[in-house]
Design a protein around this ligand. Sequence first.
Ligand SMILES: Cc1cc2nc3c(=O)[nH]c(=O)nc-3n(C[C@H](O)[C@H](O)[C@H](O)COP(=O)(O)OP(=O)(O)OC[C@H]3O[C@@H](n4cnc5c(N)ncnc54)[C@H](O)[C@@H]3O)c2cc1C
Length: 443
Amino acid sequence: MAAPTSRPLPEESAGVQTSLPSSTAPRAQTTAPLRVGIAGAGLLGRLVAWALAQQGHQVSVFDPAPQALPAHDGHGAAGFTAAGMLSPLAELETAEPEVAHRGWQSIAHWRAIVAELGTRLTHPPHFAQGGSLMVAHGPDLGAARRVLQRLEQVDPAFACEHRPRALTAPGLRELEPDLHGSGGPLHAWWLPGEAHIDTVNTMQALQDDAEGVRWHWAQPVRDVAPGRLWLGTPAQAATQPLSFDLVCDLRGVGARPAVPVRGVRGEVVWLHAPGLKLQRPVRLLHPRHRVYIVPRPGERVLVGASELESEDRSPMSLRSAVELMAAAHSILPALAEARILKLDTNLRPALPDHRPQVHHEPGLLRINGLYRHGWLLAPALVDDALRQLGLGGLPRESTRPSATLAVSSAMPNSGSSSTLPLTTPLATPLSTPRPNPGITQAA
Ligand SMILES: Cc1cc2nc3c(=O)[nH]c(=O)nc-3n(C[C@H](O)[C@H](O)[C@H](O)COP(=O)(O)OP(=O)(O)OC[C@H]3O[C@@H](n4cnc5c(N)ncnc54)[C@H](O)[C@@H]3O)c2cc1C
């Protein structure tokens, strides 16, 4: 990467927190150490900071959040609020096939990242790849079939490689004994290869393991340019920029007006459900109420999520809470005695076309618009972007060929802006579990 001239960093003192030291040597560096300034300590910011710290670069991260841990008050990174479903198949209901392709790549990255975190941290985050389930109440079979048909239509490769397997009643009981409809048996499909990850602990672990990174809390970035970053809010008087070899704009919804991003409100419920045996994420296919339930360590489950065209960050509405919890209870009656731990709200960063955008030019990397797929897409996009900048990418568990972003000329500069779609063949999930007894092919 051609690096712009770098000026000395200002003295970094107040509000600076350096992550825990690690005894492991940094991953091989592909260039001389760069001075990198990252705007945003959300999902993308922590992933990029971690990757570049592993390669021995000098990384400073700036974020308006008062502290590293989430307050669950509607503000801060959406990455903390996310359910952490890694569902390339199920997301095809609303997303394009390219999201699924990137999703399979990301799952391979997450496996490797979590494994690597586990070599250094006492408590690595939870990641599981036992597939996921889609279920429907008896009368809703028609609506569920329409969803399954949509999955098949949008991705021709889907039918042969990733077909959901319809489960018999004993098959469902074997996989998830607690799942049954309040008004009768459930229709169920198993989606092999899908995964889920504990978002809060992963965000924290990426920070803890990012040796030498300087974290600047309560420090919003008002603007970025190649090699330069201005601190403060738009309302404050302009300050002198800080200079870096590479600046990364990873501010999510906070990247306006540089990026035409909007926030899409999402609400989730955290429950404590002692004794619940749920192992994998479950989605209820319902004509009106879409709900998913994701298991988390510590006998907790997360029920989500609303999707509202609003940038309202206020607490969850009664309507959303009632709908989410009633729908969840209708397929997991054992939740009746669960305790409500918290209700959380946040904004998904979405671009007008609902596709992620990756832009890079000498001295600047910008990624935004991860919308409802941030955990599903982030590692694949970050890996690709870092490699295109001539830096090392993220660890990954497979040697499958990586997809190439179709380059558009959306931005009038010497860099390249990339939006999905991709141009490569479908990648297959790693170590797809073998079908269980009681599974038949989806009708
Ligand atoms: C309810 C809900 C459920 C979700 N479930 C899933 C799921 O199951 N699977 C999945 O793949 N995705 C899910 N997502 C989507 C995912 O969380 C997002 O796509 C992802 O967090 C986007 O990552 P990001 O780094 O771009 O933004 P964020 O994670 O929001 O991080 C942006 C960061 O930038 C900071 N920032 C803002 N303004 C500034 C500024 N001026 N200067 C510096 N920093 C700034 C913010 O404080 C924040 O820390 C969900 C989202 C929500 C809300």
